[in-house]
Design a protein around this ligand. Structure first.
Ligand SMILES: [Mg+2]
Length: 356
């Protein structure tokens, strides 16, 4: 018992249909109508976010805009205003910072907060989450939902439970119970294909997973097997990773046409190498990251230690990252390195128009 890790208080804050909500806030004529932010229906656009009116028609984020228009002909499809979303995102980050320094942003509209050491509200994470949401509403005019739990994965699942404009708590004593009945597809990392494979082994909810050994799960699902075994018990040891001044140099390119193979991605990545080398200016580095963004705007970053850029390693990393997509098409390929030594730079992302 003495070895037991001290319980953490984690809040996952997630803005409600963020881009669409900002558009409705700024354009009263959009309110009450099905609205989506995304690319045009007549090109290869996809829906980034849609409001709840649009969801009633079956419109979903990541759906091709043409399909969304088919499901909901009166759908109002507007182009995003990224600069505005970024500004609002900074506002909400400033609110988070009133409560804790331990903030891990997941995207413009989502973050994990570790409020374990926050003295506000007598340390009640539930009340802190309520205050944060109230301040977000007062200062941005937008609603957020929150999940409160002793770890990141449960907090993330919890924030979805009472969405929109709600919150949900999984107290420390209830984590195992909650995980036991949790449908596995709700666990981050379980995509549709993994869920199908789990089902083929008779695994639907957390309790089913615990009938298997971690080794058995590893033989079916590789590295994710033992992770799944932990999650099924309500365990997630990952700490909240504070927003680091990322000391890296990178290049990335958004593709004019989605890629459907790891080989295609590797080809693009090889094309990025000369620009990365140029930006690196022979500075030493200690790690390399391969980033793929999928057609539904989800992204994955695979990182490994490296002091030289070796094609065989990069190729293996691209394969690994591509597999995480579970067959999803790729719209962006990025390559970056983490610098070592005293001369470290901030992020230097350069968008190239290769592929355009
Ligand atoms: Mg959101």
């Amino acid at each position: 018992m003495s070895e037991q890790v001290k319980g953490r208080k984690i809040i996952h804050v997630d803005m409600d249909c963020f881009f669409a909500a900002v558009e409705m806030r700024d354009n009263p004529e959009y309110r009450g109508r099905p609205l989506a932010v995304g690319g045009a229906a007549d090109s290869r656009g996809v829906i980034a976010t849609c409001n709840y009116e649009a969801r009633q028609f079956g419109v979903r984020s990541a759906m091709p805009s043409s399909e969304a228009k088919r499901r909901c002909p009166e759908l109002l499809l507007v182009r995003g205003r990224m600069a505005v979303y970024k500004a609002v995102s900074e506002q909400i980050r400033a609110i988070f910072a009133r409560y804790t320094d331990l903030i891990e942003p997941l995207s413009l509209d989502e973050a994990y907060l570790d409020v374990t050491d926050c003295p506000v509200c007598q340390g009640s994470a539930t009340l802190i989450a309520e205050r944060i949401r109230a301040e977000i509403l007062a200062e941005t005019g937008l609603t957020a939902s929150a999940g409160i739990a002793p770890n990141k994965f449960l907090a993330k699942i919890a924030s979805d439970e009472n969405k929109p404009n709600g919150q949900f708590v999984i107290p420390p004593g209830k984590t195992a119970e909650f995980a036991a009945t949790l449908p596995l597809r709700k666990i981050p990392g379980v995509g549709p294909k993994t869920a199908e494979r789990l089902a083929s082994h008779g695994l639907q909810v957390g309790a089913d997973v615990l009938t298997c050994t971690p080794e058995q799960l590893a033989s079916w699902f590789g590295k994710f097997g033992p992770v799944l075994h932990q999650r099924a018990q309500g365990i997630d040891p990952r700490p909240v990773q504070t927003h680091r001044e990322r000391k890296s140099v990178g290049v990335e390119t958004t593709l004019a046409r989605d890629l459907t193979s790891a080989e295609g991605c590797f080809e693009i990545l090889q094309g990025l190498l000369p620009e990365l080398e140029r930006r690196l200016r022979e500075r030493p580095f200690k790690g390399v990251q391969v980033k793929l963004k999928f057609h539904d705007f989800q992204q994955t970053t695979l990182a490994q230690q490296a002091t030289v850029l070796e094609l065989s390693q990069l190729q293996a990393m691209v394969m690994g990252a591509f597999e995480r997509g579970e067959g999803r098409r790729v719209r962006l390929v990025g390559l970056s390195v983490t610098l070592s030594g005293p001369e470290q730079d901030k992020v230097q992302q350069l968008s190239l128009s290769l592929g355009e």
